[in-house]
Design a protein around this ligand. Structure first.
Ligand code: MD3
Ligand code: FE
Length: 213
């Protein structure tokens, strides 16, 4: 366990400057984070979005912050309004900003000020196929991800979709920072296994903090 904030080197990552793995970094705040996610979801409920190709994604999503990531028949983009309500997304809680900035700083990215938190909710069986996160304006900023609840296998591809992905188990409280060359790598989540977690029940939550606008 590591709650002090020193990035941990793992073999698959040692050759990638800008990438940081902080196992257990958010454990002290995990319960509070889960509560804040529930508050966000009261204003902007989790929903399964459709890809531009018409498929319903298996993870349900919501957002908070100045904008949110959305997908529909018109494509992927950031929108300042929640399309379900036509209203702005809920504001980003201070604890979200603070954890994201502290994790980024621990990995060499001082001054990270995310404007979007995309929140993914996985029920058992839900997955995320390999993709890149390239809808943001500013690729010099990292993306910080926080996992909560059920574990999952993170799939870490390369610069090409064809690269065979490495697998890294992610547990509740783990934080990852993706900057530098790692920022545009393909990545995904293998189907989440059945189980229950004391904080989230039969659910995995993932928060990704982004500089999108
Ligand atoms: C590597 N989420 O929301 S988090 C996503 O667990 C997303 O819900 C996954 O991929 C999840 O876009 C994976 C880890 C992650 C997040 C963003 C990245 C890895 C990344 C951006 C660039 C490279
Ligand atoms: Fe992603």
């Amino acid at each position: 366990m590591n709650t002090q904030g020193a990035p941990v080197q793992v073999d698959l990552f040692t050759s990638l400057p800008g990438l940081g793995y902080l196992p257990g970094f958010a454990l002290p705040q995990a319960a509070e984070l889960v509560g804040l996610v529930a508050e966000v979801a009261r204003a902007s409920p989790f929903r399964r979005m459709r890809t531009p190709g018409g498929r319903e994604m298996s993870a349900a999503m919501t957002n908070c912050g100045a904008a949110g990531w959305v997908s529909d028949a018109k494509g992927y983009r950031y929108s300042r309004q929640d399309p379900l309500s036509g209203q702005p997304w809920p504001g980003m809680p201070d604890l979200f900003r603070k954890i994201a900035a502290r994790a980024a700083a621990a990995c060499g990215f001082g001054g990270f000020a995310p404007d979007v938190a995309l929140i993914n909710r996985y029920e058992p069986g839900a997955k995320m196929t390999l993709h890149q996160d390239i809808d943001e304006q500013d690729f010099s900023a990292p993306i910080v991800s926080v996992s909560l609840g059920l574990p999952a296998i993170f799939l870490w591809g390369g610069v090409s979709r064809a690269d065979k992905p490495a697998r890294l188990p992610l547990h509740s409280g783990d934080v990852l920072v993706w900057g530098g060359a790692a920022r545009k790598f393909f990545h995904g989540i293998a189907p989440v296994k059945h189980g229950t977690h004391e904080l989230t029940g039969a659910t995995r939550l993932n928060l990704t903090f982004r500089r999108a606008l």
